[in-house]
Design a protein around this ligand. Structure first.
Ligand code: CDP
Length: 244
């Protein structure tokens, strides 16, 4: 354990979860009118909106790729999203890093060669944060992209795993992120479990890594189901309305 906070007591984490438990996740699509596609996620105490614009002509022109779309991603935390961010507006180094790695996830997943010379803009706005915002942001952005109709080779999800002492835990919240001994956010394509993002803060043994991956892939089934239900929800609702 790093620092002097006891993160696991009698087998339970501070928020009552067991080591392999996810926080509650809710996703809603098409939450803002003026985006091509959008989604809102509540993941524990994280609240995030993702919105998509495009494909549209890549501007300035020198940023265009004549063979495929470029993905421009901006991850931002609102000035009221956490005590650290209080009063701060604009990008910091961390937001630049998260924007970059998130953009790379979607560059790898969107069928970009269908849209040569264009750009796809992806905005991830963190309204409230409690650890794991990059994972929640990617999970939400995937739904926003799918809702916008942009074709992808799969619907990625993301979650992190880490460790407290020797115990491997899933889906770290902020206090766990701050005091744990490792944090590993991962994004995965569920169809073949292809890893499209893997970052690591701290270190894991080989056994801990495979235990962490097992928790991630198991929880991924739940996360993917929540994403798919959110995407279907508007159609189910209109079908019910037609019936009624
Ligand atoms: O959010 P994520 O875990 O992907 O990123 P992190 O850099 O590991 O940060 C962990 C948590 O610390 C964030 O989710 C925020 O709650 C908080 N944080 C913040 O509020 N402001 C920052 N500049 C950095 C971190």
């Amino acid at each position: 354990m790093k620092g002097n906070i006891e993160l696991i007591k009698n087998g339970k984490r501070l928020d009552g979860r067991l080591a392999g438990d996810l926080r509650d996740i809710k996703i809603k699509t098409n939450v803002v009118k003026n985006a091509q596609g959008s989604a809102y996620i509540e993941w524990g105490n994280n609240k995030i909106i993702a919105a998509v614009h495009g494909p549209s002509e890549a501007l300035p022109r020198h940023t265009a790729n004549p063979n495929k779309a470029v993905v421009k991603c901006r991850y931002m935390m609102a000035p009221f999203s956490s005590s650290e961010e209080h009063g701060r507006s604009g990008m910091n180094r961390r937001a630049i890093e998260i924007s970059k790695v998130t953009g790379e996830v979607f560059e790898n997943v969107i069928l970009r060669d269908q849209f040569p010379g264009t750009e796809i803009n992806l905005y991830i706005e963190v309204l409230q944060s409690d650890g794991g915002t990059r994972a929640a942001g990617i999970t939400c952005a995937a739904v926003a992209l799918a809702a916008s109709g942009i074709p992808m080779r799969d619907l990625p999800y993301s979650v992190s795993a880490g460790k407290v002492g020797d115990t491997v835990i899933l889906d770290l919240n902020k206090i766990e992120d701050n005091y744990s001994d490792a944090d590993m956010p991962v994004a995965i394509l569920p169809r073949n479990n292809e890893i499209v993002l893997l970052q690591m803060d701290g270190s894991l043994t080989t056994k801990q890594y495979s235990d962490a991956m097992e928790l991630i892939i198991e929880s991924g089934k739940k996360i993917s189901a929540i994403q798919r239900t959110a995407l279907l929800e508007p159609y189910v609702a209109s079908e019910n309305k037609n019936k009624g």
